[in-house]
Design a protein around this ligand. Structure first.
Ligand code: GRF
Length: 210
């Protein structure tokens, strides 16, 4: 049976509904956390989940939630979409009337033409207190730098690596015997809270987007 929460209102032209698309590359736990909390976000509709990786675990999770989900070929590059792929992504997102694009472990840089198709409407979550430790292995970077506190950041996306303006952060302490995995799992719990909180506030117009 089709999930009435995820699939209905936006299609009826309800302007008050925030239609979000979630882009993933792998596990999809942030996406799952958003889907689990969507009953608490009456003005949010998850209109699709897109992956650049056909075997992303998150695609199956989205399917289990009866959310429109698909693999979209990213083209030949590893860290970005090629121009034809970018066009495929943009066209699909426009066809779904997405208001907000949420990157959740999507492992590619978003370039200018993609950004200008959705100005100020693409956000990302990152497992560090940006501007510290952008890029890969953020938790390991924080440990190696001897930090006492780390956390996660939701930020607007620009064409740099995790460099767009910060929306909000949550912190976690770094413990004496931490290792990257332990720290990552403590940060991840905070990510799961933070991302939904921000999306909800955007839907309530407490946070403004482009
Ligand atoms: C998260 O740590 C997120 O902050 C980072 O990539 C990871 C994705 O995890 N951008 P998941 O796929 O949401 O489980």
């Amino acid at each position: 049976m089709k999930d009435p929460v995820s699939s209905s209102a936006g299609d009826t032209g309800d302007n008050d509904v925030l239609r979000i698309a979630i882009l993933i590359s792998g596990r999809g736990s942030n996406m799952e956390a958003i889907l689990k909390r969507r009953m608490t976000m009456p003005k949010v509709r998850v209109v699709c989940v897109i992956s650049d990786n056909p075997s992303a675990k998150g695609l199956q999770i989205a399917k289990n939630f009866d959310i429109d989900n698909l693999y979209l070929d990213p083209g030949p590059y590893k860290t970005k979409l090629d121009p034809a792929a970018e066009q495929r992504y943009i066209e699909y997102l426009i066809s779904k009337k997405a208001d907000l694009i949420c990157l959740a472990g999507f492992m590619r840089l978003i370039k200018d033409s993609f950004l200008s198709a959705f100005p100020g409407r693409i956000i990302n979550i990152h497992p560090s207190l940006l501007p510290k430790f952008p890029g890969l292995n953020a938790q390991k970077q924080a440990l190696e730098a001897g930090e006492k506190v780390s956390g996660c950041t939701v930020h607007f996306v620009d064409s740099g690596i995790d460099s767009g303006s910060i929306i909000r952060q949550r912190t976690v302490p770094i413990l004496e015997r931490d290792n990257p995995d332990k720290l990552a799992s403590r940060i991840l719990k905070e990510e799961h809270i933070l991302y939904s909180e921000i999306i909800k506030e955007i839907s309530q117009k407490k946070i403004r987007i482009g």
